[in-house]
Design a binder for this molecule. Structure first.
Ligand code: AHM
Ligand code: MG
Length: 339
């Protein structure tokens, strides 16, 4: 039997790769792992506890909030507050960031951003949802409380990022900038165990993920690319939970698209909580993440916490192909009278 390597063991081992590491990041990742187990427990028994459904409020982006989102949000904040390894958090569910007071006078140098439960429209129907997180080194003085600028850093500044997928099994995938590894929760021992080492995204795949229902609202170059995917007999898979769609693509190859629409001229997905952490993971696995206007996601300036971005992300060969389509069709002259 292969020896089991738990998440904690793996993280501690990896800390030794960084000779000057203080253990803070190690501790932070472990705390996120603990929060993930707590959220996982509630996601699994949500039906029993009657905590499914809409909580009756709207989040900072004006969307309906599900009860389980609030629960996941609270648990993550609680775990990070107790850990003492982080000086502030920003969540997709909250308007503003939350500074965290130092525990026993210890000054911590990291801030954490997260989407506590991505794909929340799936909760009521037992379809996969996930938690997405990113960790930045604070820019403000270590002595005082964290500042807004600590959270408005480009994705290139991420120290670590990851996601937890609450699916048929529960998986935690993360990277500290040295490859991507995945851990599956073994419910019998309550531990995340190393299950996917050095994940590499295929150069191409058979899947494309896009909300085809918005087809007519996409720009012409994006419609041409989607037509091409269909002509090539690629399989359309769209779960409606970005983290789940990206997970499939990470392992099997493909492309995920969320272009601008009339309703969301800047795109719908959040740069800080969704696009940057997932682009970090995908790039670390050898993939690419760009906007539908062809800028690298990780290099986008971040102006506010709930900024949105368009996104095309996944297998490098397919993102390059999408880019070529956009370049070709946006350069094409337009004629009157339908010529
Ligand atoms: P959420 O974080 O509020 O759940 O919203 C983000 C989700 C993504 O996970 C998903 O890809 C997208 O919104 C689905 O949007 P749409 O229903 O417009 O296709
Ligand atoms: Mg989300």
């Amino acid at each position: 039997m292969n020896r089991i390597i738990t998440l904690d063991e793996f993280i501690i081992k990896r800390q030794k790769d960084f000779p000057y590491a203080s253990g803070e990041l190690t501790g932070l990742l472990r705390d996120i792992g603990v929060a993930a187990k707590i959220v996982n427990r509630e996601v699994n028994k949500a039906g029993l506890l009657n905590i499914l459904g809409v909580a009756g409020s709207e989040n900072a982006s004006g969307e309906e909030v599900q009860k389980l989102d609030l629960y996941a949000n609270e648990k993550l904040i609680d775990c990070l507050k107790n850990s003492g390894e982080c000086c502030g958090v920003a969540s997709e569910e909250l308007e503003d960031f939350v500074p965290i007071q130092s525990v026993s006078g210890k000054t911590s140098k990291y801030v954490v951003v997260f989407d506590p439960l991505d794909g929340s429209s799936n909760i009521d129907v037992n379809v996969s949802v996930g938690t997405i997180f990113g960790i930045y080194r604070r820019q403000s003085e270590a002595e005082g409380p964290c500042q807004m600028d600590d959270f408005l850093q480009k994705g290139t500044e991420l120290v670590a990022a990851g996601y937890v997928l609450y699916g048929t099994s529960t998986l935690l995938v993360y990277s500290t900038g040295r490859g991507v590894n995945g851990f599956t929760l073994d419910p019998t021992i309550g531990e995340f165990c190393l299950s996917h080492t050095d994940i590499q995204i295929p150069d191409r795949g058979n899947y494309y993920a896009v909300n085809q229902g918005y087809y007519l609202k996409f720009d012409v170059e994006m419609r041409r690319y989607i037509d091409y995917c269909s002509d090539m007999n690629l399989r359309l898979r769209y779960i409606g939970s970005m983290v789940s769609d990206i997970h499939r693509i990470l392992f099997q190859g493909g492309i995920f698209l969320y272009p601008n629409t009339r309703k969301y001229p800047q795109g719908k997905l959040r740069l800080v909580y969704e696009c940057n952490p997932l682009s970090f993971i995908v790039e670390q696995a050898g993939g690419k993440g760009i906007t539908c206007q062809l800028e690298r996601i990780l290099e986008l300036p971040v102006n506010h916490l709930h900024q949105r971005a368009t996104i095309a992300i996944g297998s490098p060969g397919m993102v390059d192909e999408m880019k070529a389509f956009v370049e070709r069709y946006s350069a094409a002259p337009t004629f009157n009278n339908g010529q």
